[in-house]
Design a protein around this ligand. Structure first.
Ligand code: GCU
Length: 546
Protein backbone atom coordinates (compact mmCIF):
# COMPACT_ATOMS: atom_id res chain seq x y z
CA UNK A 1 0.00 0.00 0.00
CA UNK A 2 1.31 3.47 -0.75
CA UNK A 3 0.51 5.73 2.17
CA UNK A 4 0.66 9.22 0.73
CA UNK A 5 1.10 12.16 3.10
CA UNK A 6 -2.57 13.15 2.94
CA UNK A 7 -3.78 9.55 3.43
CA UNK A 8 -6.94 8.78 5.36
CA UNK A 9 -4.81 6.92 7.89
CA UNK A 10 -3.46 10.34 9.05
CA UNK A 11 -6.98 11.47 10.04
CA UNK A 12 -5.98 15.02 9.07
CA UNK A 13 -7.98 18.22 9.48
CA UNK A 14 -7.35 21.37 7.45
CA UNK A 15 -5.15 23.67 9.57
CA UNK A 16 -5.14 26.66 7.22
CA UNK A 17 -7.62 27.93 4.59
CA UNK A 18 -5.23 26.72 1.87
CA UNK A 19 -4.87 23.13 3.09
CA UNK A 20 -6.14 20.51 0.61
CA UNK A 21 -7.69 17.77 2.74
CA UNK A 22 -10.33 15.79 0.82
CA UNK A 23 -11.82 13.85 3.70
CA UNK A 24 -13.10 14.52 7.22
CA UNK A 25 -13.84 11.59 9.50
CA UNK A 26 -15.55 13.85 12.03
CA UNK A 27 -18.41 14.56 9.62
CA UNK A 28 -18.54 11.09 8.05
CA UNK A 29 -21.34 8.48 8.32
CA UNK A 30 -21.25 6.17 11.33
CA UNK A 31 -20.89 2.38 10.98
CA UNK A 32 -21.61 0.04 13.91
CA UNK A 33 -18.67 -2.20 14.92
CA UNK A 34 -18.90 -5.18 15.11
CA UNK A 35 -21.04 -5.48 12.04
CA UNK A 36 -20.83 -5.92 8.29
CA UNK A 37 -21.40 -2.78 6.24
CA UNK A 38 -23.73 -4.47 3.70
CA UNK A 39 -26.70 -4.55 6.10
CA UNK A 40 -26.08 -1.10 7.63
CA UNK A 41 -26.63 1.09 4.58
CA UNK A 42 -28.58 0.09 1.47
CA UNK A 43 -25.90 1.72 -0.71
CA UNK A 44 -23.43 -0.83 0.71
CA UNK A 45 -25.62 -3.91 0.11
CA UNK A 46 -23.62 -5.06 -2.93
CA UNK A 47 -20.48 -3.01 -2.21
CA UNK A 48 -17.14 -4.76 -2.65
CA UNK A 49 -14.04 -2.64 -2.10
CA UNK A 50 -12.42 -0.59 0.69
CA UNK A 51 -14.02 1.29 3.54
CA UNK A 52 -11.98 3.31 6.04
CA UNK A 53 -12.94 3.36 9.72
CA UNK A 54 -11.68 5.79 12.40
CA UNK A 55 -12.09 5.49 16.16
CA UNK A 56 -10.77 7.86 18.85
CA UNK A 57 -9.83 6.63 22.30
CA UNK A 58 -8.05 8.02 25.35
CA UNK A 59 -5.57 5.98 27.39
CA UNK A 60 -3.80 6.40 30.72
CA UNK A 61 -0.45 4.59 30.68
CA UNK A 62 0.32 2.28 33.61
CA UNK A 63 3.47 0.75 35.05
CA UNK A 64 4.24 -2.90 34.29
CA UNK A 65 1.37 -3.11 31.75
CA UNK A 66 1.21 -4.14 28.09
CA UNK A 67 -1.62 -3.03 25.78
CA UNK A 68 -2.94 -5.00 22.79
CA UNK A 69 -5.41 -4.01 20.05
CA UNK A 70 -7.47 -7.15 19.23
CA UNK A 71 -9.81 -7.85 16.27
CA UNK A 72 -12.17 -10.89 16.29
CA UNK A 73 -12.23 -10.72 12.48
CA UNK A 74 -12.43 -8.30 9.56
CA UNK A 75 -13.45 -9.44 6.09
CA UNK A 76 -11.32 -9.73 4.01
CA UNK A 77 -8.10 -7.68 4.21
CA UNK A 78 -7.49 -5.22 7.06
CA UNK A 79 -4.77 -2.57 7.34
CA UNK A 80 -4.55 -1.10 10.84
CA UNK A 81 -3.02 2.26 11.79
CA UNK A 82 -2.50 3.83 15.21
CA UNK A 83 -2.00 7.62 15.34
CA UNK A 84 -1.02 7.55 11.65
CA UNK A 85 1.47 4.66 12.01
CA UNK A 86 0.86 1.41 10.08
CA UNK A 87 0.65 -1.46 12.60
CA UNK A 88 0.21 -4.18 9.99
CA UNK A 89 -2.19 -5.95 7.69
CA UNK A 90 -4.25 -9.13 8.08
CA UNK A 91 -5.60 -11.42 5.37
CA UNK A 92 -8.57 -13.72 5.94
CA UNK A 93 -12.12 -12.77 6.79
CA UNK A 94 -12.89 -15.09 9.71
CA UNK A 95 -9.93 -15.34 12.11
CA UNK A 96 -8.67 -13.14 14.97
CA UNK A 97 -5.55 -10.97 15.00
CA UNK A 98 -3.96 -8.43 17.36
CA UNK A 99 -1.15 -5.87 17.70
CA UNK A 100 1.00 -5.03 20.73
CA UNK A 101 0.65 -1.24 20.94
CA UNK A 102 2.33 -0.78 24.35
CA UNK A 103 5.16 1.35 22.96
CA UNK A 104 3.01 3.12 20.35
CA UNK A 105 -0.07 4.24 22.31
CA UNK A 106 0.07 7.84 23.59
CA UNK A 107 -0.92 9.18 27.00
CA UNK A 108 -4.37 10.77 26.48
CA UNK A 109 -5.83 11.02 22.96
CA UNK A 110 -5.24 8.35 20.30
CA UNK A 111 -6.95 7.33 17.09
CA UNK A 112 -7.15 4.04 15.22
CA UNK A 113 -7.77 3.97 11.47
CA UNK A 114 -8.62 0.67 9.76
CA UNK A 115 -9.00 0.08 6.05
CA UNK A 116 -11.06 -3.00 5.30
CA UNK A 117 -11.25 -4.34 1.75
CA UNK A 118 -13.68 -7.19 1.08
CA UNK A 119 -12.93 -7.58 -2.64
CA UNK A 120 -11.82 -11.18 -3.27
CA UNK A 121 -9.24 -12.07 -5.91
CA UNK A 122 -8.62 -15.39 -7.72
CA UNK A 123 -5.60 -16.13 -5.46
CA UNK A 124 -7.51 -15.44 -2.23
CA UNK A 125 -9.00 -17.92 0.28
CA UNK A 126 -11.85 -18.08 -0.65
CA UNK A 127 -11.92 -16.67 -4.16
CA UNK A 128 -14.78 -14.45 -5.36
CA UNK A 129 -16.53 -17.65 -6.52
CA UNK A 130 -18.66 -18.52 -3.46
CA UNK A 131 -22.29 -19.27 -2.70
CA UNK A 132 -22.64 -16.91 0.26
CA UNK A 133 -22.89 -13.15 0.71
CA UNK A 134 -19.47 -11.50 0.89
CA UNK A 135 -20.28 -9.40 3.96
CA UNK A 136 -17.47 -6.86 4.38
CA UNK A 137 -16.25 -4.88 7.33
CA UNK A 138 -15.07 -5.22 10.92
CA UNK A 139 -17.49 -8.06 11.51
CA UNK A 140 -16.47 -9.13 15.03
CA UNK A 141 -15.45 -7.52 18.33
CA UNK A 142 -12.57 -5.02 18.64
CA UNK A 143 -10.94 -4.91 22.08
CA UNK A 144 -8.16 -3.06 23.93
CA UNK A 145 -6.56 -5.70 26.15
CA UNK A 146 -4.27 -4.84 29.09
CA UNK A 147 -1.97 -7.45 30.59
CA UNK A 148 0.94 -7.39 33.08
CA UNK A 149 4.27 -6.98 31.27
CA UNK A 150 5.00 -10.67 31.96
CA UNK A 151 1.69 -12.36 31.13
CA UNK A 152 0.14 -15.66 30.11
CA UNK A 153 0.17 -15.65 26.32
CA UNK A 154 -1.23 -19.11 25.61
CA UNK A 155 -2.49 -22.27 27.32
CA UNK A 156 -3.93 -25.71 26.57
CA UNK A 157 -5.91 -27.86 29.01
CA UNK A 158 -7.27 -31.21 27.82
CA UNK A 159 -7.45 -34.94 28.53
CA UNK A 160 -4.35 -36.86 27.48
CA UNK A 161 -5.18 -38.61 24.20
CA UNK A 162 -6.80 -42.00 24.87
CA UNK A 163 -6.98 -41.57 28.68
CA UNK A 164 -9.71 -40.46 31.07
CA UNK A 165 -7.59 -40.08 34.22
CA UNK A 166 -4.92 -37.58 33.20
CA UNK A 167 -5.24 -33.92 32.24
CA UNK A 168 -2.36 -32.47 30.23
CA UNK A 169 -1.39 -29.24 28.56
CA UNK A 170 0.78 -26.20 28.99
CA UNK A 171 0.82 -22.57 30.07
CA UNK A 172 3.07 -20.21 28.09
CA UNK A 173 4.23 -16.69 28.94
CA UNK A 174 4.76 -13.83 26.49
CA UNK A 175 8.47 -13.81 27.41
CA UNK A 176 11.17 -16.53 27.60
CA UNK A 177 11.41 -16.19 31.35
CA UNK A 178 12.34 -19.29 33.37
CA UNK A 179 11.37 -19.93 36.98
CA UNK A 180 8.07 -18.02 36.93
CA UNK A 181 5.54 -19.63 39.35
CA UNK A 182 2.10 -20.22 37.83
CA UNK A 183 -0.89 -21.80 39.57
CA UNK A 184 -3.38 -23.94 37.64
CA UNK A 185 -6.65 -24.71 39.46
CA UNK A 186 -9.74 -26.73 38.59
CA UNK A 187 -11.69 -26.29 41.85
CA UNK A 188 -14.46 -28.83 41.17
CA UNK A 189 -11.79 -31.50 40.57
CA UNK A 190 -9.74 -30.36 43.58
CA UNK A 191 -6.84 -29.73 41.18
CA UNK A 192 -4.30 -27.11 42.35
CA UNK A 193 -1.01 -27.42 40.48
CA UNK A 194 2.05 -25.22 41.06
CA UNK A 195 3.87 -24.86 37.72
CA UNK A 196 7.28 -23.33 36.99
CA UNK A 197 8.20 -22.02 33.55
CA UNK A 198 11.25 -23.31 31.65
CA UNK A 199 13.78 -21.25 29.66
CA UNK A 200 11.14 -20.89 26.90
CA UNK A 201 8.73 -19.34 29.41
CA UNK A 202 6.57 -22.44 29.11
CA UNK A 203 5.30 -24.92 31.70
CA UNK A 204 3.98 -28.31 30.57
CA UNK A 205 1.84 -30.33 32.97
CA UNK A 206 0.30 -33.80 33.44
CA UNK A 207 -2.17 -34.02 36.31
CA UNK A 208 -3.87 -37.16 37.60
CA UNK A 209 -7.58 -36.41 37.63
CA UNK A 210 -10.71 -38.07 36.24
CA UNK A 211 -13.17 -35.36 35.16
CA UNK A 212 -16.77 -36.04 34.15
CA UNK A 213 -16.62 -36.19 30.37
CA UNK A 214 -18.33 -33.62 28.16
CA UNK A 215 -21.00 -34.94 25.80
CA UNK A 216 -24.05 -33.47 24.01
CA UNK A 217 -26.28 -35.20 26.58
CA UNK A 218 -24.19 -33.88 29.47
CA UNK A 219 -22.14 -30.82 28.34
CA UNK A 220 -20.06 -30.70 31.52
CA UNK A 221 -17.62 -27.75 31.67
CA UNK A 222 -15.20 -26.91 34.48
CA UNK A 223 -13.86 -23.57 35.72
CA UNK A 224 -10.13 -23.50 34.96
CA UNK A 225 -8.19 -20.72 36.72
CA UNK A 226 -4.61 -19.80 35.78
CA UNK A 227 -2.87 -17.42 38.16
CA UNK A 228 0.35 -15.61 37.25
CA UNK A 229 1.14 -13.18 40.08
CA UNK A 230 -1.66 -10.59 40.00
CA UNK A 231 -2.93 -11.88 36.63
CA UNK A 232 -5.81 -14.37 36.71
CA UNK A 233 -7.25 -16.06 33.62
CA UNK A 234 -10.54 -17.99 33.84
CA UNK A 235 -11.94 -20.31 31.19
CA UNK A 236 -14.72 -22.91 31.07
CA UNK A 237 -13.22 -26.14 29.71
CA UNK A 238 -14.70 -29.55 28.93
CA UNK A 239 -12.94 -32.90 28.70
CA UNK A 240 -13.73 -35.68 26.20
CA UNK A 241 -12.21 -38.16 23.77
CA UNK A 242 -13.12 -38.36 20.07
CA UNK A 243 -11.72 -41.06 17.81
CA UNK A 244 -12.67 -43.52 15.07
CA UNK A 245 -12.48 -47.29 15.13
CA UNK A 246 -13.10 -48.88 11.72
CA UNK A 247 -16.40 -47.48 10.51
CA UNK A 248 -17.44 -46.18 13.94
CA UNK A 249 -16.99 -42.76 15.52
CA UNK A 250 -16.45 -43.03 19.30
CA UNK A 251 -17.19 -40.19 21.70
CA UNK A 252 -15.76 -41.03 25.13
CA UNK A 253 -15.35 -44.61 23.94
CA UNK A 254 -19.02 -44.98 22.97
CA UNK A 255 -20.32 -45.24 19.38
CA UNK A 256 -21.91 -41.94 18.34
CA UNK A 257 -23.95 -40.75 15.34
CA UNK A 258 -23.46 -37.14 14.23
CA UNK A 259 -27.02 -35.82 14.03
CA UNK A 260 -25.93 -32.68 12.27
CA UNK A 261 -27.04 -29.65 10.30
CA UNK A 262 -25.02 -27.13 8.29
CA UNK A 263 -25.12 -23.48 9.40
CA UNK A 264 -23.87 -20.31 7.70
CA UNK A 265 -22.86 -17.45 9.99
CA UNK A 266 -25.82 -15.31 8.96
CA UNK A 267 -27.92 -13.60 11.60
CA UNK A 268 -31.45 -14.91 12.11
CA UNK A 269 -34.25 -12.56 10.95
CA UNK A 270 -32.04 -9.56 10.00
CA UNK A 271 -29.34 -11.43 7.99
CA UNK A 272 -25.82 -9.96 7.97
CA UNK A 273 -22.91 -11.53 9.83
CA UNK A 274 -23.67 -12.97 13.27
CA UNK A 275 -21.63 -11.06 15.84
CA UNK A 276 -23.51 -11.52 19.13
CA UNK A 277 -23.92 -14.39 21.52
CA UNK A 278 -27.72 -13.94 21.39
CA UNK A 279 -27.86 -14.45 17.61
CA UNK A 280 -25.61 -17.51 17.84
CA UNK A 281 -27.94 -18.97 20.48
CA UNK A 282 -31.05 -18.51 18.31
CA UNK A 283 -29.45 -20.50 15.46
CA UNK A 284 -28.20 -23.21 17.82
CA UNK A 285 -31.56 -23.48 19.59
CA UNK A 286 -33.12 -24.24 16.20
CA UNK A 287 -30.48 -26.96 15.74
CA UNK A 288 -31.43 -28.38 19.15
CA UNK A 289 -35.11 -28.34 18.13
CA UNK A 290 -34.05 -30.58 15.24
CA UNK A 291 -32.66 -33.03 17.85
CA UNK A 292 -29.13 -32.26 16.57
CA UNK A 293 -26.01 -33.15 18.56
CA UNK A 294 -23.69 -31.72 15.88
CA UNK A 295 -23.33 -28.56 13.75
CA UNK A 296 -21.20 -28.07 10.66
CA UNK A 297 -20.13 -24.42 10.83
CA UNK A 298 -19.80 -23.77 7.08
CA UNK A 299 -17.65 -22.71 5.27
CA UNK A 300 -15.27 -20.71 7.46
CA UNK A 301 -14.46 -20.31 11.20
CA UNK A 302 -17.55 -18.83 12.88
CA UNK A 303 -17.27 -16.35 15.76
CA UNK A 304 -16.11 -17.61 19.16
CA UNK A 305 -19.62 -16.83 20.40
CA UNK A 306 -20.96 -19.61 18.16
CA UNK A 307 -18.35 -22.19 19.18
CA UNK A 308 -18.64 -21.44 22.91
CA UNK A 309 -22.45 -21.41 22.77
CA UNK A 310 -22.44 -24.78 20.95
CA UNK A 311 -20.16 -26.18 23.66
CA UNK A 312 -22.44 -25.00 26.48
CA UNK A 313 -25.59 -26.20 24.69
CA UNK A 314 -24.22 -29.68 23.96
CA UNK A 315 -23.50 -29.53 20.23
CA UNK A 316 -20.36 -31.02 18.66
CA UNK A 317 -18.71 -28.73 16.10
CA UNK A 318 -17.20 -29.17 12.62
CA UNK A 319 -14.80 -26.20 12.24
CA UNK A 320 -13.81 -25.36 8.62
CA UNK A 321 -11.45 -23.04 6.73
CA UNK A 322 -12.77 -21.46 3.48
CA UNK A 323 -10.69 -23.55 1.06
CA UNK A 324 -13.79 -23.56 -1.07
CA UNK A 325 -14.37 -24.67 -4.68
CA UNK A 326 -11.90 -23.18 -7.19
CA UNK A 327 -8.99 -22.04 -4.97
CA UNK A 328 -5.67 -21.30 -6.75
CA UNK A 329 -4.10 -24.59 -5.64
CA UNK A 330 -0.88 -24.03 -7.62
CA UNK A 331 -0.13 -20.68 -5.99
CA UNK A 332 2.26 -20.74 -3.00
CA UNK A 333 0.91 -17.50 -1.48
CA UNK A 334 -2.56 -19.06 -1.61
CA UNK A 335 -1.22 -22.07 0.27
CA UNK A 336 0.46 -19.83 2.86
CA UNK A 337 -2.82 -17.99 3.30
CA UNK A 338 -4.85 -21.21 3.77
CA UNK A 339 -2.19 -22.61 6.11
CA UNK A 340 -2.25 -19.45 8.25
CA UNK A 341 -6.06 -19.48 8.43
CA UNK A 342 -5.89 -23.13 9.53
CA UNK A 343 -3.34 -22.26 12.25
CA UNK A 344 -5.42 -19.27 13.41
CA UNK A 345 -8.60 -21.40 13.59
CA UNK A 346 -6.92 -24.27 15.45
CA UNK A 347 -5.06 -21.95 17.82
CA UNK A 348 -8.26 -20.08 18.66
CA UNK A 349 -10.41 -23.18 19.28
CA UNK A 350 -7.89 -25.70 20.67
CA UNK A 351 -9.46 -25.52 24.17
CA UNK A 352 -13.00 -25.99 22.84
CA UNK A 353 -13.90 -29.64 23.53
CA UNK A 354 -17.05 -29.28 21.38
CA UNK A 355 -14.83 -29.00 18.28
CA UNK A 356 -14.43 -32.61 17.14
CA UNK A 357 -13.65 -32.13 13.42
CA UNK A 358 -11.16 -29.83 11.70
CA UNK A 359 -12.26 -29.48 8.07
CA UNK A 360 -9.73 -28.42 5.47
CA UNK A 361 -11.85 -27.85 2.37
CA UNK A 362 -15.21 -27.96 0.68
CA UNK A 363 -15.98 -29.39 -2.77
CA UNK A 364 -12.58 -28.80 -4.32
CA UNK A 365 -12.08 -30.19 -7.86
CA UNK A 366 -9.42 -32.93 -7.94
CA UNK A 367 -6.05 -32.07 -9.54
CA UNK A 368 -2.42 -32.75 -8.73
CA UNK A 369 -1.98 -29.22 -7.32
CA UNK A 370 -5.14 -29.58 -5.21
CA UNK A 371 -4.07 -32.95 -3.84
CA UNK A 372 -0.61 -31.61 -2.90
CA UNK A 373 -2.18 -28.50 -1.34
CA UNK A 374 -4.67 -30.47 0.76
CA UNK A 375 -2.25 -33.28 1.68
CA UNK A 376 0.10 -30.66 3.13
CA UNK A 377 -2.74 -28.97 5.01
CA UNK A 378 -3.86 -32.31 6.48
CA UNK A 379 -0.30 -33.11 7.64
CA UNK A 380 -0.09 -29.66 9.24
CA UNK A 381 -3.43 -30.16 10.99
CA UNK A 382 -2.45 -33.60 12.31
CA UNK A 383 0.92 -32.29 13.54
CA UNK A 384 -0.80 -29.41 15.37
CA UNK A 385 -3.53 -31.55 16.92
CA UNK A 386 -3.78 -35.37 16.91
CA UNK A 387 -6.71 -35.35 19.36
CA UNK A 388 -9.46 -34.41 16.87
CA UNK A 389 -10.74 -35.81 13.57
CA UNK A 390 -9.59 -34.37 10.25
CA UNK A 391 -11.93 -34.24 7.30
CA UNK A 392 -12.99 -32.27 4.23
CA UNK A 393 -16.25 -32.21 2.28
CA UNK A 394 -15.49 -34.00 -0.97
CA UNK A 395 -17.42 -34.09 -4.21
CA UNK A 396 -19.00 -37.41 -5.17
CA UNK A 397 -17.38 -39.44 -7.94
CA UNK A 398 -19.19 -40.73 -11.01
CA UNK A 399 -22.31 -42.90 -11.11
CA UNK A 400 -22.47 -46.04 -13.30
CA UNK A 401 -25.27 -48.63 -13.35
CA UNK A 402 -26.93 -46.71 -10.55
CA UNK A 403 -23.85 -47.03 -8.31
CA UNK A 404 -22.23 -43.78 -7.10
CA UNK A 405 -18.56 -44.05 -6.18
CA UNK A 406 -16.72 -42.03 -3.58
CA UNK A 407 -13.21 -41.97 -5.00
CA UNK A 408 -10.99 -39.08 -3.95
CA UNK A 409 -7.21 -38.98 -3.53
CA UNK A 410 -7.71 -37.16 -0.26
CA UNK A 411 -9.62 -39.95 1.44
CA UNK A 412 -6.41 -41.54 2.72
CA UNK A 413 -5.71 -38.36 4.71
CA UNK A 414 -9.06 -37.97 6.45
CA UNK A 415 -10.41 -39.74 9.55
CA UNK A 416 -14.01 -39.69 8.35
CA UNK A 417 -15.12 -39.95 4.72
CA UNK A 418 -17.26 -36.86 4.08
CA UNK A 419 -18.96 -35.92 0.85
CA UNK A 420 -21.67 -33.62 -0.50
CA UNK A 421 -24.42 -35.09 -2.64
CA UNK A 422 -27.54 -33.50 -4.14
CA UNK A 423 -29.31 -36.44 -5.77
CA UNK A 424 -32.83 -35.27 -6.56
CA UNK A 425 -31.91 -31.59 -6.67
CA UNK A 426 -28.80 -31.18 -8.85
CA UNK A 427 -29.37 -34.09 -11.22
CA UNK A 428 -31.43 -37.25 -10.93
CA UNK A 429 -34.90 -37.53 -9.46
CA UNK A 430 -35.99 -37.93 -5.87
CA UNK A 431 -37.19 -41.48 -6.62
CA UNK A 432 -33.64 -42.43 -7.68
CA UNK A 433 -32.88 -42.46 -3.95
CA UNK A 434 -34.92 -45.65 -3.71
CA UNK A 435 -32.53 -47.66 -5.88
CA UNK A 436 -29.21 -45.76 -5.70
CA UNK A 437 -26.25 -47.85 -4.49
CA UNK A 438 -22.95 -46.53 -3.14
CA UNK A 439 -19.36 -47.68 -3.54
CA UNK A 440 -17.30 -46.29 -0.63
CA UNK A 441 -14.19 -48.48 -0.46
CA UNK A 442 -12.70 -47.27 2.84
CA UNK A 443 -12.73 -48.77 6.32
CA UNK A 444 -13.68 -45.40 7.80
CA UNK A 445 -16.91 -43.82 9.09
CA UNK A 446 -19.12 -42.21 6.40
CA UNK A 447 -20.49 -38.71 6.95
CA UNK A 448 -22.72 -36.91 4.43
CA UNK A 449 -21.47 -33.34 4.85
CA UNK A 450 -24.17 -31.85 2.59
CA UNK A 451 -27.37 -32.87 0.86
CA UNK A 452 -30.73 -31.15 0.38
CA UNK A 453 -32.78 -29.03 -1.95
CA UNK A 454 -34.63 -25.73 -2.25
CA UNK A 455 -38.15 -24.72 -1.23
CA UNK A 456 -39.84 -21.37 -0.89
CA UNK A 457 -41.45 -21.36 2.56
CA UNK A 458 -45.24 -21.11 2.18
CA UNK A 459 -45.27 -22.29 -1.44
CA UNK A 460 -47.41 -25.44 -1.60
CA UNK A 461 -47.92 -27.84 -4.50
CA UNK A 462 -47.59 -31.56 -5.10
CA UNK A 463 -44.36 -33.40 -4.25
CA UNK A 464 -43.24 -33.35 -7.89
CA UNK A 465 -43.24 -29.55 -8.09
CA UNK A 466 -39.79 -28.08 -7.48
CA UNK A 467 -39.59 -25.22 -4.95
CA UNK A 468 -42.68 -26.43 -3.09
CA UNK A 469 -42.43 -27.40 0.57
CA UNK A 470 -43.96 -30.77 -0.34
CA UNK A 471 -41.15 -31.42 -2.86
CA UNK A 472 -38.47 -30.70 -0.24
CA UNK A 473 -40.19 -32.83 2.41
CA UNK A 474 -40.29 -35.76 -0.03
CA UNK A 475 -36.62 -35.21 -0.96
CA UNK A 476 -35.79 -35.38 2.75
CA UNK A 477 -37.81 -38.55 3.31
CA UNK A 478 -36.22 -40.39 0.35
CA UNK A 479 -32.68 -39.09 0.96
CA UNK A 480 -32.76 -40.08 4.63
CA UNK A 481 -34.00 -43.56 3.77
CA UNK A 482 -31.20 -43.93 1.19
CA UNK A 483 -28.39 -42.77 3.51
CA UNK A 484 -29.72 -44.82 6.41
CA UNK A 485 -29.06 -47.93 4.31
CA UNK A 486 -25.38 -46.97 3.87
CA UNK A 487 -22.78 -49.23 5.44
CA UNK A 488 -20.71 -47.19 7.89
CA UNK A 489 -23.29 -44.37 7.98
CA UNK A 490 -22.02 -42.38 10.99
CA UNK A 491 -23.69 -39.04 10.54
CA UNK A 492 -24.82 -36.23 8.29
CA UNK A 493 -25.31 -32.46 8.14
CA UNK A 494 -28.00 -31.61 5.56
CA UNK A 495 -27.65 -28.32 3.73
CA UNK A 496 -28.83 -26.11 5.58
CA UNK A 497 -30.54 -24.80 8.73
CA UNK A 498 -31.72 -21.39 7.42
CA UNK A 499 -32.23 -19.80 3.98
CA UNK A 500 -29.24 -17.50 3.43
CA UNK A 501 -28.25 -14.67 1.12
CA UNK A 502 -26.31 -15.44 -2.04
CA UNK A 503 -25.80 -13.24 -5.11
CA UNK A 504 -25.91 -16.39 -7.26
CA UNK A 505 -29.55 -17.14 -6.41
CA UNK A 506 -31.48 -14.81 -8.66
CA UNK A 507 -34.86 -16.37 -9.53
CA UNK A 508 -37.13 -13.46 -8.69
CA UNK A 509 -40.03 -15.56 -7.43
CA UNK A 510 -38.34 -18.40 -5.61
CA UNK A 511 -34.93 -17.00 -4.59
CA UNK A 512 -34.59 -13.22 -4.67
CA UNK A 513 -30.90 -13.44 -3.70
CA UNK A 514 -31.58 -16.19 -1.16
CA UNK A 515 -30.36 -19.76 -1.30
CA UNK A 516 -33.59 -21.59 -0.41
CA UNK A 517 -32.17 -24.87 0.90
CA UNK A 518 -32.87 -23.85 4.49
CA UNK A 519 -35.20 -25.90 6.68
CA UNK A 520 -36.22 -22.54 8.08
CA UNK A 521 -36.98 -19.37 6.09
CA UNK A 522 -35.06 -16.14 6.59
CA UNK A 523 -38.06 -15.00 8.67
CA UNK A 524 -37.65 -17.92 11.07
CA UNK A 525 -40.59 -19.98 9.74
CA UNK A 526 -40.06 -23.74 9.62
CA UNK A 527 -40.73 -25.66 6.40
CA UNK A 528 -42.32 -29.15 6.32
CA UNK A 529 -38.90 -30.76 5.75
CA UNK A 530 -37.76 -29.44 9.16
CA UNK A 531 -40.10 -31.88 10.86
CA UNK A 532 -39.03 -34.80 8.63
CA UNK A 533 -35.42 -34.37 9.77
CA UNK A 534 -36.41 -33.67 13.39
CA UNK A 535 -38.36 -36.94 13.59
CA UNK A 536 -35.55 -38.95 11.98
CA UNK A 537 -33.05 -37.55 14.49
CA UNK A 538 -35.41 -38.33 17.38
CA UNK A 539 -35.40 -41.97 16.22
CA UNK A 540 -31.61 -41.98 15.74
CA UNK A 541 -31.16 -40.50 19.23
CA UNK A 542 -33.20 -43.34 20.78
CA UNK A 543 -31.31 -45.94 18.70
CA UNK A 544 -27.92 -44.75 19.99
CA UNK A 545 -28.94 -44.16 23.58
CA UNK A 546 -30.21 -47.67 24.18
C1 GCU B 1 -22.51 -26.80 -2.45
C2 GCU B 1 -21.72 -25.88 -1.56
C3 GCU B 1 -22.58 -24.95 -0.75
C4 GCU B 1 -23.70 -24.42 -1.63
C5 GCU B 1 -24.60 -25.60 -1.94
C6 GCU B 1 -25.75 -25.19 -2.87
O1 GCU B 1 -22.48 -28.06 -1.93
O2 GCU B 1 -20.87 -26.59 -0.66
O3 GCU B 1 -21.76 -23.88 -0.28
O4 GCU B 1 -24.44 -23.40 -0.98
O5 GCU B 1 -23.89 -26.61 -2.65
O6 GCU B 1 -25.58 -25.34 -4.08
O7 GCU B 1 -26.76 -24.71 -2.34
Amino acid sequence: MNFNKYGYFKNQQAKSPLDLIQYDFSTEEQLVVPGDWNTQKKEFFFYEGSIWYKKDFTYQKKEDTRLYLYFGAANYEANVFLNGEHLGSHIGGFTPFNYDITDKVKEGNNFVVVRVNNKLKPDDVPTSNTDWWNYGGITRDVLLVETPSVSVDDYLVQLEKGRYDRIQGFVKLNTRQAGVKIKLEIPELKVKAQLTTDTEGKADFHIKSTPKCWSPESPQLYDVIITNGTEQIKDRIGFRQIETKGKNILLNGKKVFFRGICIHEEAPYRQGRVHSREEAEILLKWAKELNCNFVRLAHYPHSEHMVRAAEEMGLMVWDEIPVYWTIAFGNKETYQNASQQLIDMMERDKNRCAVVVWSLANETPESEDRNTFLANLSKQAKQMDNTRLISMAMEVGGTRDNVTSIQDGMNKYVDIISFNNYLGWYGGRIDDCKTRKWNIPYDKPVFISEWGGGALQGYHADKNTRWSEEFLAELYRQSIAMYDRLEGFAGMSPWILVDFRSARRQHHTYQNFFNRKGLISENGIKKQAFYVLRDFYAKKKMEYEQ
